[in-house]
Design a protein around this ligand. Structure first.
Ligand code: ATP
Ligand code: MG
Length: 488
């Protein structure tokens, strides 16, 4: 640490002075207070790395100092000085959060040693905080979190193109963050003071979408009882986000092309030409190039939209982002709720990493929201909170049908590791072995969709031997094709 700041609180002037001298000599920045009350006031006004306080003082005593310090500045470490024979009070101080205590009489070397250890802790904590902040800054941009190389490239691209007026096409599977990117582009553009207007092109039939985009004049169609401005007008000087652009009809494609080429349009049923200064950002899950090749999307419009393309990778293509995103989404979710949860268990992290997330980040977000609701009063989110059902292999149950976390989240080793949890102690070895065997066979059968051929191979048994074991352990299932059938 460059120059640790220390506050010394002691009512004995001589003691105070010698401690101050010793600490100054090793480069500390020192302030002092001659009693507890004054010390607490100083603590309220300033930030210190370290507080050294006597325990027995008139007015507020050392314990009150520790308490007040830990409440107001929990990162400040406190060393208490205790008289010989009053270790109990020192222990009490430690319980309140003091870092350490030294017993009078002590040498200055002893004091400096303890101070050195405490400042190292403070140092480490500062480093960690800085690192976390750096990571947060590095791996996130305008709500878009990701440390995978491809996400870093996406963020760099957004930073680069936001300041221009270039039309942007965002592509990616559902839930990959296309809308987050559109928001980030707008917020980073010179147009941020104006509106970001969003239209989902898939939500409306052709004629309604046309009126929605370009507005309409009174009486232009049944129900058009008054003139209405369209989204292109509302987004003037701002950004227009056209979501699911791959869904627009050939007629709307033509009209859109014209706005992009001439920067002007007419309302539906109108003759007045309206100038439009709009930056267009579009998104689609579709492969627009393929749509062009198959004649469903105009090639000229495609090239107009495709000026800059931001391609978002699926979550399974950037597994290293899963845990960073999980932490981010958990924090986001916790900020709206009031519960004890602090993080995920190591097993939960493993399962998250193994799962394929077909619904991408949205699915991860929903999973976390559900898990938070289930884990409420616990410190960590368990695998079964992620699954959403109590009985999963991690809680001693079996793989639940249709549960991706159960099916993909387990390695064979974990199936083995999870199963003995159900075996109660106090059994004979033979009984425990039987119990284990039954559970294990059941687990493998579930994981192989009750294919006897695959299951017997995985278990290293003949099909006949498996059949016999199933019979012995009473393993049956509605999924079994036939009781007597021992093949797949
Ligand atoms: N990189 C990311 N960082 C943080 N949150 C993200 C990220 N990507 C997606 N999300 C979150 O996931 C959810 C889904 O994202 P978004 O709505 O942008 O997906 P989308 O690609 O538009 O999906 P769809 O095609 O289904 O409309 C949102 O709640 C969003 O906040
Ligand atoms: Mg979307």
């Amino acid at each position: 640490m460059s120059q640790p700041s220390v506050l010394i609180i002691d009512d004995e002037p001589l003691m105070r002075l010698s401690m101050m001298d010793a600490l100054k000599a090793v480069g500390c920045e020192v302030q002092d207070a001659s009693n507890g009350t004054e010390g607490i006031e100083r603590l309220r006004a300033n930030r210190y790395d370290l507080v050294i306080t006597d325990l027995r003082m008139p007015g507020s005593d050392g314990l009150q100092v520790v308490q007040s310090c830990k409440e107001g500045a929990p990162d400040t470490e406190v060393i208490v000085i205790t008289a010989h024979g009053s270790v109990e009070t020192a222990v009490q101080a430690m319980k309140l959060g003091a870092y350490d205590y030294i017993t009078k009489p002590f040498s200055m070397d002893e004091l400096l040693l303890t101070v050195d250890r405490a400042t190292k802790i403070v140092d480490l904590r500062k480093e960690n905080t800085a690192l976390r902040q750096e990571l947060e800054g590095k791996f996130s941009f305008e709500g878009l979190v990701g440390k995978h190389e491809r996400m870093r490239q996406v963020i760099e691209k957004i930073k680069l193109v936001s300041s221009t007026d270039a039309t942007i096409l965002i592509t990616g599977e559902s839930g990959t963050g296309k809308e987050v990117v559109a928001n980030a582009i707008h917020r980073n553009s010179p147009r941020r003071e104006y509106a970001l207007i969003k239209v989902s092109c898939a939500a409306l039939p052709e004629t309604l979408l046309e009126a929605e985009l370009f507005g309409h004049e009174k009486g232009s169609f049944t129900g058009a009882v008054k003139q209405r401005r369209g989204r292109f007008e509302l987004a003037h000087k701002g950004t227009l986000f056209l979501d699911e652009i791959g869904e627009i009809s050939p007629m709307v494609q033509v009209k859109l092309l014209r706005v992009l080429q001439e920067r002007q349009f007419e309302r539906v049923g109108g003759t007045e030409t309206i100038e439009s200064d709009v930056r267009l950002v579009c998104a689609t899950q579709k492969d627009l190039k393929k749509e062009v090749e198959e004649g469903r999307f105009r090639e000229d419009l495609y090239y107009r939209l495709h000026v800059v393309q931001v391609r978002l990778p699926s979550l399974r293509e950037r597994k290293e982002d899963i845990l960073v995103l999980a932490e981010h989404l958990l924090k986001k979710c916790l900020s709206r709720t009031n519960c004890e949860i602090q993080g995920f268990t190591a097993q939960s992290n493993e399962v998250l990493l193994r799962y394929s997330f077909p619904g991408n980040v949205r699915e991860l977000e929903n999973t976390i929201e559900r898990a938070v609701a289930l884990a409420q009063n616990r410190k960590d989110i368990e695998v079964w909170d992620l699954c959403g059902h109590q009985s999963c292999p991690f809680s001693g149950g079996t793989v639940q049908e249709g549960c991706g976390f159960c099916q993909e989240g387990l390695s064979d080793g974990q199936v083995k590791a999870a199963l003995p949890l159900r075996i109660s102690t106090g059994e004979t070895l033979a009984k425990a072995r039987e119990e284990f065997e039954r559970e294990y066979i059941l687990g493998v059968l579930n994981r192989t969709d009750w294919s006897r051929t695959i299951a017997s191979k995985a278990l290293g048994l003949s099909r006949k031997a498996l059949w016999e074991k199933c019979k012995r352990y009473g393993i049956t299932s509605a999924d079994e094709p036939d009781e007597s059938d021992t093949s797949a």
